[in-house]
Ligand binder design. Sequence first.
Ligand code: UDP
Length: 239
Amino acid sequence: MSHTKYHRVLLKISGEGLCRPQGFGIDGEQLHRIAGELKTVVDTGVQLALVVGGGNFIRGTELARTSHIPPATGHYMGMLGTVINALAIQETLEQIGLVTRVQSAIAVDRVCEKFIRRRALRHLEKGRVVILAGGTGNPFVTTDCCAALRGTELGADIIMKATKVDGVYSADPKKDPSATRYTTISFDEAIGRNLQVMDATAFALCRDQKLPIRVFSIVKPGALKRIVLGEDEGTLVHV
Ligand code: UDP
């Protein structure tokens, strides 16, 4: 075990991290790569709760805009997509020797547990990776909100938001080559500068709860572990 900066972390992984760039569904190679990164962190002794997105399958808002499916149904379909991702991550993590439990906010009794806070805490204390599926169980929000809520109620020290960009930039680095990355930024400054760190509702919740967020690149090997060990990576959003 290494000396870690955090005792318990909540990691949010978007569905797009599980498929090929601009792809759909699940890609085995991406899953194995992410699982390997997660293992290095769990091996440090840190307690890990994972919130998985579902954007590699369905985003309710998009589906409703482009089809006859009513928004609420689209959102429920999106939540079910996160359950599929959670099962894929579970199997991949267990193949490399981690012990995991999937808990879903939407009951899918045949395949996973329901989200029960005290039970999730017990799993974490035993060193199991808790994979949180089904988002919040409510439509019209995103899995970022789930990360903020669960991070708060499970007493995580930090929310780690895995993205394809290595932090929060002053402008979109793909469009503006002069954009610079913040190493740290306060919640108020991020709001003042209109920077999109995560879903606005989730962001407000983290700010109210004084729960810091670290935005980092899931594509960069070793970044996750370096953060857990207290090294500088990505952007820290602080109170
Ligand atoms: N969703 C929802 N309630 C939640 C979480 C998710 O309705 O608490 C739906 C919503 O339609 C969302 C989709 O599930 O677009 C997939 O989640 P998200 O967009 O957060 O996935 P990500 O972009 O992180 O892969």
